[in-house]
Design a protein around this ligand. Structure first.
Ligand SMILES: Cc1cc2nc3c(=O)[nH]c(=O)nc-3n(C[C@H](O)[C@H](O)[C@H](O)COP(=O)(O)OP(=O)(O)OC[C@H]3O[C@@H](n4cnc5c(N)ncnc54)[C@H](O)[C@@H]3O)c2cc1C
Length: 499
């Protein structure tokens, strides 16, 4: 494969014959729900990253495994690209359709197939909402731990494809740590089970490889997830700070004290005010930053850890520490955090959510760097994020109606991600690369690493039909972006034109 010059890898694709595809699908799958009129396609033109839009060639909504298999076989035969879509809440344009491709919407795969309290697992179809799993097993005092803030809407298939995280992933792990197996349909239409019921299995760990692969290796059709017993007690402490950097420092201090909280989240003043105005969570609107620290487990452990966390927070410079007095207040504290994104949406015509991860100890410096960049670009930035994981979510406030507004916000976002990489972090924590951060992949990885990613992709999808143009940039693209990894001052691929 020549990844220097294969334009298909950059999403430059020939336009397929839509009529021929429709005809084939209607003969092979007369009952398949297919959308092809302009007004039917419009609602699917973007995911949660609404700044990027494209009208898909066709939208298909299969209901059975066999339908998915035949769709994949037909698209493979006609060399038509396929983009999978769950609930469309992704924030990096991963489910952004292609004008030359089919959008495969998995929303009708919405059944919980089995809840097994003895085995502590559930088997679910990929379109099942994340929160619906915990709701279905609550009767057994069990729950599914990874809890993205979008859990009321996002699908488990999308969670697998993005390796989604959430408030409680610091202690309980990301999606990949809470899966038992994943059933997929390959680009050729074959069914495969990745992972197994055994704790370890021979061969390469393909389930881990697949998790977070953003719809580029296959279609998730069933997921077997681990269920955990609900902790006996969960208590949340809210600490206020008069300085954002002090709050950042406190995060590292808590972990250094040997405590792994169930959740450890941070919000700065702009986010606090927006959330308080929207949810009335009881947040201190005068604080420069708050930390929400949840401790869970058996009562005696929670008592002891709460006292220690309180001490660490005070020693780190907290101006006040408040413990939620009851379950209703605990829920309110979390509701403010979980609704912070829509809350920020109320105070700005548009916002652009970034997602970078840094080593925890770098939090104070990176928060300072973001504040400086915000000033330099003259754009407000609200910070609300999974502080314990070092997973930053700067929300850049802008107005898309102002000419150049989006471009300026994107440029600031790019700078923030570069800052994350500079301190040893990563350009994505949980939202994926998608279309949005494809250029920053050139800063994160060198040419050998990118070639390896393309080779893995080719092993699953030799014709690059699954979600092309996302996630992994070509070296040509990196050269154009101008952010190619320079090793010892040597420019890779000097023969390429730079624009
Ligand atoms: C308000 C808000 C808060 C959020 N908070 C968080 C958070 O705390 N943590 C977090 O991790 N994310 C968060 N997100 C991002 C988003 O919800 C997650 O990335 C989620 O996992 C996407 O799921 P989805 O079903 O909406 O997938 P989609 O957006 O539909 O798709 C996402 C990607 O998955 C692929 N995909 C979807 N279904 C399948 C399938 N069946 N087979 C193969 N590929 C598939 C798509 O091709 C695409 O690349 C948030 C989003 C919003 C809007």
């Amino acid at each position: 494969m020549n990844i220097l010059h294969d334009e298909r890898l950059d999403g430059v694709l020939p336009m397929p014959d839509r009529t021929a595809l429709l005809h084939k699908l209607s003969i092979r799958l007369p009952d398949l729900h297919v959308l092809h009129r302009d007004e039917e396609l419009k609602p699917y033109e973007c995911d949660g990253l609404a700044a990027y839009r494209a009208t898909p060639l066709l939208v298909v909504l299969p209901e059975t495994l066999e339908q998915v298999q035949i769709i994949m076989q037909t698209c493979n035969e006609l060399k038509v690209p396929v983009v999978a879509r769950g609930a469309g809440t992704g924030l990096s344009g991963g489910a952004l359709p292609l004008e030359q491709g089919v959008l495969l919407v998995m929303a009708k795969f919405n059944r919980i197939l089995e809840v097994n309290p003895e085995g502590r697992f559930a088997r679910v179809q990929p379109g099942v909402r994340n929160l619906a799993i915990s709701e279905a097993c609550a009767i057994h005092s069990l729950y599914y731990a990874p809890d993205p803030s979008s859990q009321i809407a996002c699908s488990i298939g999308g969670n697998v494809a993005e390796n989604a995280g959430g408030v409680h992933c610091l202690k309980y792990g990301l999606t990949v740590h809470n899966l038992i197996s994943v059933d997929i349909i390959t680009v050729e239409g074959e069914q495969m089970t990745l992972g197994s019921d055994a704790l370890d299995s021979p061969g390469f760990d393909l389930m881990a490889l697949f998790t977070g692969s953003e719809g580029m290796l296959g279609i998730v059709v069933e997921v077997k997830v681990k269920l955990l017993p609900k902790p006996q007690v969960a208590r949340v402490l809210m600490a206020s700070f008069d300085d954002v950097e002090k709050a950042g420092l406190a995060v590292g201090n808590i972990i250094a004290a040997g405590i792994i909280p169930g959740g450890l989240e941070m919000m700065d003043n702009l986010a606090i005010r927006a959330a308080e105005d929207f949810i009335h969570a009881g947040y201190p609107v005068e604080a420069e930053a708050i930390l929400l620290c949840e401790l869970d487990g058996v009562e005696s452990d929670v008592d002891e850890e709460s006292a220690r966390v309180q001490e660490v927070l005070e020693q780190s410079g907290a101006t006040a520490v408040q413990t939620a007095k009851d379950e209703a207040e605990r829920q309110r504290f979390w509701a403010g955090r979980k609704n912070a994104f829509p809350a920020v949406g109320r105070i700005s015509p548009d916002y652009y959510c970034m997602d970078g991860t840094i080593p925890r100890r770098e939090l104070p410096g990176v928060l300072k760097g973001i504040a400086e960049l915000s000033e330099r670009y003259d754009l407000r930035v609200a910070n609300v994020f999974h502080a314990g994981d070092g997973n930053m979510h700067p929300l850049i406030l802008f107005d898309a109606d102002v000419p150049g507004g989006l471009e300026k916000a994107e440029a600031l976002g790019g700078q923030i991600l570069e800052l994350c990489v500079k301190v040893g972090g990563s350009i994505t924590g949980e939202h994926g690369v998608g279309r949005e951060k494809i250029n920053q992949m050139c800063s994160q990885f060198n040419d050998d690493e990118l070639e390896l990613f393309h080779a893995v992709k080719a092993a699953f999808d030799p014709d690059r039909l699954l979600n092309p143009g996302k996630n992994i940039p070509t070296l040509h693209r990196c050269a154009e972006f101008g952010a190619m990894h320079i090793h010892h001052g040597e420019l890779p691929f000097p023969e390429l034109e730079r624009f």
